[in-house]
Design a protein around this ligand. Structure first.
Ligand SMILES: O=P(O)(O)OC[C@H]1O[C@H](OP(=O)(O)OP(=O)(O)O)[C@H](O)[C@@H]1O
Ligand SMILES: NC(=O)CC[C@H](N)C(=O)O
Ligand SMILES: [Mg+2]
Length: 552
């Protein structure tokens, strides 16, 4: 669940990198593995900095000062394909045609056939295991088909329309064409979010932003937030804004897990306040908790949230049940999100580092611990133990989301069903597995109701992790077994950091697809902190497409 950002300042003499890095820090909760910024400066030259690590570490003032130009693209990465290697950090770049920079949130499900197409038909070299590099090359190949010296908006819409026919899966994307402008588009089902905002710039013209979440726009003084529609593409240059529905009609099905966990509560996605939806999840869960407690003949003394995400819902639940709400777990503010950390060992260790149980809120009490979701059970297993260790009498765990029993293939790294604690387990077995006395789940209709009431125009949500229905089609058992094989924790343990993996399947071409990144990106500007600079090396040379003001 990466974060993507695009910024175009009306005044091209103002550098935008600082604002992009500030914006990325507001999207940090969407990806903690790697981050990157590419800007476009005078004469269409690109400048980039990307590396493994958090935004605050990668983008020190030195790195930011070397990113020149008034438009740019940024990315924070949570890998769902390939490896955590820095060579797969985004944005990606290809020099031909025209010079394209690309940032992607989501996950493709037909990479094997796309790779074959790249190899056999397009003759383009894909150098990493990232599906995003592949997506960029599909876009580039479609633009190449125009055969034009200078392209226009029509050509770009046609290229993206073609991409939407070729690529299956989830993709919200922001791209930048050298010296031309920034582009956003969203897959036909609108599974992943991206929106647009505008503000009056420093010199009076209009500045434009694309972002995964509206919180970035709010914090940067942008307004008029508008979600990119499913299957829509928007192109912004310094003199124009054009938008087009480039794909045929499809079911709009934004991922409901954005509201459960991923997005920040102060964002509004597809017209729905994440905060309000979480409040409603707490209200609806309260009814289910009351029903089950009555059935079990149990009483609860106190409601305790699992910081951070479940707080909003837990407070509403407690209020509705007229129970005391207590912050029994204190969070170490310097530890990030554990669910999106790579590897079970790291996740487990960090739950303990992150949360500490305050004995006085637990001793001798029947506690109702509320979390937004129970996925692998890593968090709940640890915190139930902590609660018991400090003297809780009974520990009941309630989840704002239903049991998660199916893989995610659309940009959340949950490829392996056997890693899910609810897989092949009923509620009693789940409670046993996490050491709780009882576990209570929100029902799926109640979860959908909590979110949908704020925008009834949305008729469906992607709920595949709960019900196993994949809105894009193309996800059968053979595919699920395939991704389990290549992306389970076990499989990932065999790919060490430092390896540059290959995209599974074909696509070798004349050059063996391992080794350093040759994806148009120089390793010396890719590695390490603060390694920023012009993409093509020497400082005074003009970019390959010297096309500022001239790309049309
Ligand atoms: O069952 P699991 O596999 O442990 O996954 C679910 C847990 O992980 C997430 O917390 P996380 O620490 O990532 O983020 P948060 O601080 O935003 O709650 C989520 O909020 C749950 O607490
Ligand atoms: N979580 C995401 O959106 C990941 C994007 C892309 N699939 C990658 O692995 O880099
Ligand atoms: Mg949590």
């Amino acid at each position: 669940m990466c974060g993507i950002l695009g910024l175009l300042l009306h005044d091209s003499s103002i550098d935008c990198a600082h604002e992009i890095s500030e914006g990325l820090s507001l999207l940090q909760h969407r990806g903690q593995d790697a981050c990157g910024i590419v800007t476009c400066g005078p004469k269409g030259r690109f400048f980039q900095c990307k590396a493994n690590g958090m935004v605050r570490d990668v983008f020190d003032s030195n790195a930011v000062s070397r990113l020149i130009g008034g438009m740019g693209v940024g990315h924070v990465r949570y890998p769902t394909a390939g490896s955590s290697n820095h060579a797969e950090a985004q944005p990606f770049y290809v020099n031909s045609p025209y010079g394209i920079v690309f940032a992607h949130n989501g996950n493709l499900i037909n990479t094997a056939s796309l790779l074959h197409f790249m190899d056999a038909d397009a003759h383009r070299h894909i150098n990493t295991s990232s599906d995003s590099e592949l997506l960029l090359n599909i876009f580039a190949n479609n633009l190449q088909q125009t055969g034009k010296f200078r392209i226009n908006e029509e050509d770009i819409f046609t290229a993206i329309g073609g991409l939407m026919e070729q690529c299956k899966g989830a993709y919200a994307c922001v791209a930048m064409l050298a010296g031309f402008g920034i582009i956003a588009f969203r897959d036909p089902n609108g599974i992943r979010p991206v929106g647009m905002a505008v503000r009056r710039g420093a010199t009076g013209g209009r500045d434009y932003m694309f972002s995964s979440e509206s919180v970035v726009a709010d914090a940067s003084g942008f307004g008029e937030w508008e979600d990119v529609k499913p299957g829509e593409a928007i192109i912004i240059t310094r003199s124009s804004i054009s938008r087009r529905q480039v794909s045929g009609p499809a079911t709009f099905a934004p991922d409901i897990f954005e509201y459960v966990y991923f997005a920040r509560p102060d964002s509004v996605l597809d017209g729905i306040s994440v905060y309000r939806s979480r409040m409603a999840m707490g209200d609806n869960l309260a009814d289910e908790v009351q029903r089950v407690l009555r059935e079990e003949g149990l009483n609860v003394d106190v409601v305790i949230p699992v910081p951070d995400t479940s707080r909003v819902a837990a407070l509403n639940l407690a209020q509705k049940l007229k129970l005391p709400y207590r912050e029994g777990f204190i969070k170490n503010r310097y530890v990030g999100r554990t669910f999106i950390m790579p590897g079970q060992q790291m996740r487990k260790k960090n739950v303990r580092r992150k949360l500490n149980a305050m004995a006085l809120e637990f001793v001798g009490k029947n506690v109702l611990i509320v979390d937004d979701s129970i996925v692998r059970g890593t968090t709940s297993k640890e915190i139930v133990q902590m609660a018991k260790d400090v003297g809780a009498k009974k520990v009941i765990v309630a989840s704002c989301a239903p049991p998660i029993r199916f893989s995610n293939v659309y940009g959340i790294d949950m490829p392996s069903r056997v890693e899910l604690v609810a897989h092949n387990r009923d509620n009693n077995a789940i409670a046993k597995a996490i050491g709780a006395d009882l576990v209570i789940f929100q029902t799926l209709p109640d979860l959908i109701g909590a979110v949908r009431q704020f925008n009834p125009d949305i008729k469906a949500f992607d709920c595949s992790v709960f019900d196993g229905f994949y809105v894009t089609g193309g996800v059968d058992d053979a595919y699920l077994q395939h991704i389990e094989r290549i992306r389970s924790d076990n499989a990932k343990n065999n790919v060490q950091l430092g390896d540059v993996g290959t995209l599974e399947g074909k696509g070798g071409g004349a050059v063996k697809q391992t080794g350093i990144s040759t994806n148009g990106v120089k390793e010396d500007v890719q590695v390490g902190l603060g390694g920023s600079g012009p993409i093509n090396g020497a400082d005074d040379t003009v970019g390959l497409h010297n096309s500022w003001m001239g790309a049309r």
